[in-house]
Design a protein around this ligand. Structure first.
Ligand code: CP
Ligand code: NVA
Length: 319
């Protein structure tokens, strides 16, 4: 069944390149809209907010969740999505980002891009007439964190006042977007990462400043047991991200004391939630008994990519 629903949150930003492009109020509005869209979908109601619209999706890295959730999300909103592998378009043969962005803007109504350097997506956004959504860059993964915040809100009924602990590689896209998202939403955040794998200092410093303005804090700890104490939410991510495959073996020993396992999570609150953006490596950053255990919400988190992104696309691309 399709329903006409004109209501949509309005955003102050044209593009979503990092989670700080949104205000705290906008994040809340998107989460609330995503929850409504999710409930309606469960009842078989689909709103064609993006009828006749097309999302172009450029992938320079692999993806399961991001590709499928954006593509299915567009179809459920009455629109369409085009998968554009960077290997198959002229970008790979040297056509400039500026020309690609200008040309694609003449065909599609929005662009989702997964790439390496953040500067690449900034350049796209600079030359694009249509909204550009970051589907992951080396330093940021805002749509994942939007889904994570939605999942936390659904399960805990609030964001402000919770304590989120991140264990593992501090210098990757998930950590940076979590830092920015947690700070904006008044979530206390603690981190433990091996020396040399701490977050980007400028991103950390700015997130700490925003956290202080929100009446909360972000603290780095040397030992995971100190960081995880009384945490409501425990998060980790792969030890070697896409593009870092050559370091994966060396990182296994560097990160071994930063594994999320039963022993470590015994220091978290008894009702803690475990989140992981996936894909996961059981036996490395997390043990199977934790990720497949009763505290884990990783599959709800993955599902919420669909609902959160539908709310986002509706807000950025809707009329
Ligand atoms: N979490 C996430 O972005 O997954 P994919 O790499 O499968 O898109
Ligand atoms: N940090 C991971 C996230 C994957 C969704 C990576 O960039 O590979």
């Amino acid at each position: 069944m399709t329903v006409q629903n004109k209501q949509k949150p309005s955003l102050s930003t044209k593009h979503l390149l990092r989670i700080t492009d949104l205000t705290q109020e906008e994040i809340k509005g998107l989460i609330e809209d995503a929850i409504v869209l999710k409930r309606e979908q469960q009842k078989g109601l689909f709103h064609h907010h993006l009828q006749g619209k097309t999302l172009g999706m450029i992938f320079e890295k692999s993806s399961t969740r991001t590709r499928v959730s954006f593509e299915v999300g567009m179809k459920q909103l009455g629109g369409d999505a085009l998968f554009l592998s960077s290997r198959d378009i002229q970008l790979e043969r040297g056509e400039t980002i500026a020309d690609t962005a200008k040309v694609l803007s003449r065909y599609v109504d929005g662009l989702m891009i997964r790439t390496f350097a953040h500067e690449t997506i900034e350049e796209f956004a600079k030359h694009s007439d249509v909204p550009v959504i970051n589907g992951l860059t080396d330093p940021h993964h805002p749509t994942q964190v939007l889904a994570d915040l939605m999942t936390i809100y659904e399960k805990k009924g609030k964001l402000r006042g919770l304590k989120l602990c991140y264990i593992g590689d501090g210098n990757n896209n998930m950590t940076h977007s979590l830092l920015e998202g947690a700070a904006l939403c008044g979530i206390e955040m603690t981190l433990a990462s091996p020396g040399g794998y701490e977050p980007n200092p400028a991103i950390l410093k700015n997130a700490q400043k925003v956290a202080a303005q929100q009446g909360t804090s972000i603290e780095m700890y040397d030992h995971p047991t100190e960081a995880i104490k009384d945490a409501d939410i425990v998060v980790t991510d792969v030890w070697a991200s896409m593009g870092e495959e050559g370091e994966a073996e060396a990182r296994k020993s560097i990160f071994s004391a930063f594994q999320v396992n039963q022993e470590l999570t015994s220091y978290a609150k008894p009702d803690y939630l475990f989140l992981h953006c996936l894909p996961a490596h059981r036996g490395e950053e997390v043990t199977a008994d934790v990720i497949d255990g009763k505290h884990s919400v990783v599959f709800d988190e993955a599902e919420n990519r669909l609902h959160a992104q539908k709310a986002l696309m509706k807000a950025l691309m809707g009329v």
